[in-house]
Ligand binder design. Structure first.
Ligand code: NCD
Length: 319
């Protein structure tokens, strides 16, 4: 009997996806497995499935986005939800309305899921505590970007079979990167070893408390890693100059054709986008045979379908 009750426990019961720090390896794996099931919807001639029919998803983006925003919109469409696009520039936020007031007004119109991107860390959590709709974090300050990390680990798992025992370098502006943080949680929980690589000025405070190794030299680690994830320098979040010149940064931390000659032959080259070609990565590398950057984008769709589906299902179960 006890066994039966246990097997009936849902594998996912969260109405919100705020970050990966709080998720177990089993929950992360469950999202990835669910995403695998959704991949085939995008291969059909009619690219639609019905699970979110009659539901309303709002893309509430206070920061710019190309991939994440489009990917969530497409994911909502493929699940048959209605999608509302909200941008800071054309809304009453420019007249001084707060995040909470904005969300509460949207909620008064009967929305079911809010996908939120905001420059302030904790914005998604704040919303989740104050509105009834499901909240999905699409990037908050430099705290977390859970769906980016989920699509990263999904891509690695798909190609390498598993993350267990892999060595993964995350390179560049770690201090200001929500991708690095979410990646770190997802990758280590799934059994990979993560090395943060970058100049000391771009490392987060108290980095030694995080479950990662730290290196200040890309050359020191490039030969041994299975995956390298190159980050964009978050110029919009930088105060002051963290390195003497862009040229010098590229020289020490850029993924160049020359450096690629030293890597394992099957190394995966990743980047969350947008790429600054010639800065964190040479064009030949971004477009080269080891690059899986566009596969990441493709996989993001199935992952976001899974996330929207699962939070909606958890909300339905609570009712
Ligand atoms: C990332 C972001 O916004 O945090 N982009 C993305 O979502 N694909 C990374 C970045 O902007 O550098």
């Amino acid at each position: 009997m006890a066994l039966m009750r246990k097997s009936r426990q849902p594998k996912w019961n969260r109405r919100h996806l705020l970050g990966l720090r709080e998720l177990t390896a089993e929950e992360i794996t469950y999202i990835l497995d669910t995403a695998e099931g959704f991949e085939q919807v995008s291969r059909r001639s009619v690219k639609k499935a019905p699970p979110l029919r009659g539901k309303v998803v709002v893309n509430l983006f206070f920061e710019d986005s190309t991939r994440t925003r489009t990917s969530f919109a497409l994911a909502a469409n493929r699940l048959s939800a209605d999608i509302i696009e909200f941008t800071k520039k054309s809304s009453s936020v420019s007249k001084g309305e707060t995040l909470l007031d904005t969300a509460r007004n949207l909620e008064a119109m009967g929305i079911d899921i809010v996908v939120v991107r905001h420059g302030a860390g904790g914005a998604a959590r704040l919303l989740s505590r104050n509105i009834k709709a499901c909240v999905v974090n699409a990037g908050d300050g430099f705290c977390e970007h859970p769906t980016q990390a989920l699509l990263d680990v999904y891509t690695i798992r798909k190609i390498k079979g598993s993350l267990e025992g892999l060595k993964i370098a995350i390179v560049g502006d770690i201090a200001h990167s929500r991708v690095a943080r979410s990646d770190m949680w997802a990758m280590t929980k799934l059994g990979a070893e993560v090395i943060f690589v970058g100049p000391p000025t771009l490392m987060p405070g108290q980095v030694n408390r995080l479950p990662v190794k730290v290196s200040h030299s890309l050359d020191e680690v490039i030969e041994e890693v299975d995956v390298v994830n190159m980050l964009r320098i978050q110029f919009e979040r930088l105060g002051g100059n963290p390195f003497p010149s862009i040229r010098e940064y590229s020289h020490y931390f850029g993924l160049t054709v020359d450096r690629m000659k030293k890597t394992k032959p099957d190394i995966l080259v990743m980047h969350p986008g947008p790429i600054n070609r010639g800065l964190e990565m040479e064009s030949e590398v971004a477009d080269g045979g080891n690059s899986v950057i566009l596969e990441q984008v493709t996989n993001g769709l199935a992952v976001r379908m899974a996330v929207l589906f699962l939070v909606n299902q958890a909300a339905a179960m609570e009712k």
